[in-house]
Ligand binder design. Structure first.
Ligand SMILES: Cc1ncc(COP(=O)(O)O)c(C=O)c1O
Length: 364
């Protein structure tokens, strides 16, 4: 039987250079760990959290996004519960949602579970994000939402203020909701929230997995205009809230963000440039988007004629480096790229930079 790469990687967890899931293993702040250890010692897990989450977390999350009035937040089991809740509560059979390809495809699956269709715009071409014109062309009488993943997994592109404004105007003109998935916002050089233009139509999807490195804690948020909070709460997969210890850590992290975020970003961007230097010397290979506004980018290998899946396997099984072949992220361009995330300790980014050119050389 064929090996499952995830089982293989988890069996060798500490040896693996994890560049496959956009997780974050760069140090943030010891204070976050201290807060969680204290919560653990005081057995904060004996009680269910309040329906709104650990007290104070929701407010600090809204403050972090500068959303003063008119918004409410649910603390969810990862951003993935937020998108599930949104799609289940607000979509019906026959609706459609404007989205991109490549994209974070699990959300497209959730759209389909609600009997709706993702209308995918090909963004594997300049400018590597949806344009306002393309979004406008796709809208029809059954369109209910625009899925704006900004910055975009897997490409690392992000939308300019003009783009966001244009997309929001389309939402306004056609009575649509904007799902603003801001999972990677903290990595962006610049970022515009859709609420700047259509606050009453914007649903934010938030994750603590990437900025804080909390992927295994399963914590996220759904932020919405106040009128929507009751109905969305009912559609949660877990109305009893989310992991308390994780929430304590997240609260401390947001309170101390100014102290740890710049250092984490600096390391992430340094790793990104180390990898770029290694990649730009390889014939027939290029980076569609650089610099990335996330903690990942894709490396286009189409001209090499190599299969991304085979590159993934060789890097994993021979070098303990786990990257992701494009087919997980794209129906149309999955055979053209591999995705690499670089929020790993620097020596691990350097290992990738050394081995990737060698592996491609051997495979040609
Ligand atoms: C765009 C996007 N949204 C949502 C998620 C899910 O994040 P979480 O770990 O918070 O469930 C991911 C995870 O990779 C993602 O890339």
């Amino acid at each position: 039987m064929e090996k499952d790469p995830f089982v293989y990687a988890h069996e060798r967890e500490d040896k693996i250079v994890w560049m496959s899931q956009n997780t974050n293993q760069i140090e943030t702040s010891p204070e976050i760990m201290e807060a969680m250890k204290e919560a653990l010692e005081n057995k904060k897990f004996n009680l269910y959290p309040h329906r709104d989450g650990v007290l104070g977390l929701k407010d600090i999350l809204l403050d972090d996004l500068n959303l003063k009035d008119g918004f409410d937040a649910l603390i969810t089991n990862g951003a993935i519960e937020a998108t599930y809740t949104l799609t289940r509560a607000l979509l019906s059979e026959g609706d459609n949602v404007i989205a991109s390809d490549p994209s974070f495809m699990p959300i497209h699956h959730q759209i389909k579970l609600s009997g709706s269709t993702p209308k995918e715009i090909d963004v594997y071409k300049e400018p590597y994000r949806m344009t306002v014109e393309e979004v406008n062309e796709e809208v029809d009488k059954d369109t209910k939402m625009i899925l704006l993943i900004d910055p975009l997994n897997p490409l690392g592109s992000s939308y300019t203020k003009e783009d966001v404004k244009g997309i929001c105007e389309i939402a306004e003109d056609n009575d649509l909701l904007v799902i603003d998935d801001i999972t990677y916002r903290d990595f962006a050089y610049e970022h515009t929230l859709a609420s700047e233009f259509v606050p009453e139509r914007t649903m934010f999807v938030y994750s603590f997995s990437k900025n804080l490195g909390f992927a295994g804690m399963r914590l996220g948020g759904l932020i919405m205009p106040v009128g929507y909070s009751e109905i969305l709460h009912k559609y949660r997969t877990n109305v009893l809230s989310a992991n308390v210890i994780a929430q304590v850590g997240a609260k401390k992290a947001l309170e101390t963000k100014k102290e740890w975020l710049p250092g984490m970003l600096e390391q992430s961007r340094k790793n990104q440039s180390i990898i770029k230097k290694a990649v730009e010397d390889i014939p027939d290979v290029f980076l569609p988007v650089y610099p990335s506004n996330t903690n990942m980018f894709v490396i286009d290998i189409e001209k090499t004629g190599l299969d991304p899946q085979k590159i993934q396997e060789k890097l994993l099984y021979e070098h303990d480096i786990f990257v992701r072949g494009g087919n997980y992220l794209s129906n149309i361009a999955g055979d053209k790229f591999v995705r690499i995330s670089f929020t790993v300790p620097e020596e691990r980014a350097r290992k990738f930079a050394e081995k990737f050119p060698e592996v491609l050389d051997e495979m040609r």
